[in-house]
Design a protein. Structure first.
Length: 529
């Protein structure tokens, strides 16, 4: 590993092995500075300016609404302001943390926007998390309030019990504002540590939980300026305008669906049609009927569209963007053959979007393109990708060591391995760690191993990914039973199902006599696949 300030040496000839990824001028237009792209300090200001400028323009609609029904910008502005006031009346305001179990309903989206407008820090989370997983979030993030639907309350109570702490105030989202769950702590009880207190830095807009090799998810902080820089960079790179209309079927609790899909559309002033989830036929029908110009998806979605022989319906779009996981070159070629106007982009929860293929450039399967404006990227001599820029967040919530370990001289270490092509394009070659990426979701083997190892009949366990054309990788567990016990796979999977969200559960379980280890006893993960 090169020492600091190794990356700044890349411009000179002293460290030729460190290679800079091409900057945004490779889009074929002069790249503006981040300040020129987004003069406002915060994403919410940019969006508010859009709403004020043209209140009658369509902003959001749900696919199941009657044709032509929209929330126009002015109506959305009023609803969000009302929501923010409702939160303030309940004691939720600047510097406080709101856990948001995000579903794509109108009520829930008003909830997340209302919380951002109220100045709170939002912790977006998968509504399918189990009580065990929610307990970690409650304990680590210490939210003062939780926005969740009534059906999720039992799981939250169980989580608080597991965490051994009082439940924060539970707020049910309605169209007119937050309503305290019956029998729960009432108005004025939101309290506790404020984000930003105790050396945590300024209050972030989002705290996005993402795991590491330790298996304990940590909150990646993103501030309003990061969100705005990302929105402005993508708007420039994709020539995204208010005329564009996105069909949005991504989960709204991840950066892809929440920031790129929803918040960036609002910042651009573009239109969004929300679907409750992805199914190939439903999406294709929506694209045509809604006269969409944009579609954002993970590779699994594109794979399913190709398998259903529906990919050519994407040809009429202005852009179809793929991200969140590696797009296999073969799948990329199939999409190009179907004349899909494909753009591939690369990002992380900690950094927001980093690179994109320029829309006008010829397809280059396997590559994630060049830097977005305001972003710099470089590949170090060991092949790891480092980045810095206006969208890179300030670090992890209450994890100074993890924050320090992920950075050097202002550069963020992505943990991805990459290659710089001769003309500066970036091709990703895999993760430095053991993370399994299944359908665009990151699964950390250590977390799954911890859960499986807790099952009484298990002596040893290893978890990894096996290649899958549909999912990219599928989570697979190799399990060594305790001597004298008979391991019933269904029972072990039921144990996992109680403790892990659906996407983390092993799809394949292999009962083996021993795990491959080297002479030092270290697990040989590559020997498992
Ligand atoms: C669903 N299941 C999964 C996954 N998704 N299992 C493994 N991996 C998954 N990704 C479970 C379901 O709960 C169900 O379990 C079973 O698999 C079959 O479900 P199915 O109906 O086939 O799946 P689906 O519901 O159609 O979901 C597939 C999907 C979904 C639409 C591709 O996984 C998805 O929306 N992925 C997007 C993820 C994403 O947004 N990632 C962004 C994070 P059971 O049978 O037990 O009920 S990364 C990010 O934000 C970074 C910054 C970035 O750059 O984008």
């Amino acid at each position: 590993m090169l020492g600091p300030p190794f990356l700044d040496a890349r411009a000179g000839a002293s460290v030729p092995a460190v290679q800079a990824v091409a900057d945004a001028s490779s889009f074929g237009r002069p790249a503006p500075s981040p300040a020129a792209l987004a003069p406002e300090p915060r994403l919410v200001d940019r969006v508010a300016a859009r709403w004020a400028a043209d209140p009658g323009a369509p902003a959001l609609r749900w696919r199941h609404w009657p044709a032509g029904r929209w929330w126009r910008r002015g109506e959305l502005a009023e609803r969000v302001a009302g929501w923010a006031e409702g939160l303030a009346r309940l004691g939720v305001g600047p510097g406080q943390r709101v856990l948001w179990l995000g579903t794509s309903t109108p009520e829930q989206l008003l909830g997340v926007l209302g919380a951002l407008w109220a100045g709170a820090s939002v912790i977006p989370a998968n509504p399918k998390l189990t009580p065990r997983e929610l307990a970690h979030l409650l304990g680590d993030a210490e939210p003062q309030a939780v926005l969740a639907e009534a059906a999720q309350e039992a799981g939250l109570h169980a989580a608080a019990e597991l965490a051994g702490r009082p439940l924060p105030q539970l707020l049910r989202p309605t169209l007119s504002g937050p309503v305290p769950a019956p029998g729960r702590p009432g108005p004025g009880t939101a309290g506790g540590a404020r984000a930003g207190a105790g050396g945590d830095g300024p209050a972030p807009a989002l705290m996005v939980y993402t795991s590491g090799t330790t298996g304990a998810p940590k909150g990646a902080l993103l501030d309003q300026a990061n969100l705005l820089a990302n929105a402005a960079a993508l708007a420039w790179a994709w020539e995204w305008t208010p005329e564009d209309r996105l069909v949005h079927c991504l989960p709204v609790f991840h950066v892809h669906g929440l920031c790129v899909g929803l918040l960036d559309s609002l910042a651009v002033g573009a239109q969004v049609v929300l679907l409750p989830g992805f199914d190939p036929a439903g999406v294709v029908e929506a694209l045509a009927e809604e006269r969409a110009s944009l579609f954002f998806g993970v590779p699994t979605m594109y794979h399913r569209l190709v398998e259903a022989r529906l990919a050519e319906h994407l040809a009429r779009l202005r852009l179809a963007v793929a991200g969140s996981a590696a797009l296999a070159p073969g799948l990329h070629r199939q999409l190009v053959a179907a004349r899909v106007p494909l753009v591939v982009r690369y990002g992380m929860s900690e950094t927001l979007m980093l690179t994109s293929t320029p829309p006008a450039a010829p397809a280059r399967p396997g590559s994630v393109g060049v830097c977005l404006p305001g972003v710099e990227a470089a590949v170090d001599e060991s092949g790891e990708v480092w980045v810095r820029g206006a969208s890179v967040g300030p670090g992890y919530w209450r994890r100074p060591e993890a924050t320090a370990a992920s950075r050097r001289d202002g550069w963020f270490r992505t943990g991805d391995h990459g290659r710089r092509d001769p003309d500066g394009w970036l091709t990703l070659l895999g993760r430095a760690g053991d993370v399994v990426i299944s359908g665009g979701y990151n699964v950390y083997p250590a977390e799954v191993e911890d859960v499986l190892a807790g099952y009484p009949g298990v002596a040893e366990v290893a978890v990894g990914g096996r290649p899958s054309a549909e999912w990219g990788e599928v989570v697979t567990a190799w399990v060594v039973p305790r001597p004298g016990t008979e391991l019933v796979p269904e029972e072990l999977l039921a144990w996992a199902a109680e403790r892990l969200a659906p996407y983390k559960r092993p799809r394949e379980l292999r009962v083996v006599a021993s795990l491959p280890r080297n002479a030092m006893g270290k697990l040989l993960r590559h020997a498992l696949r």
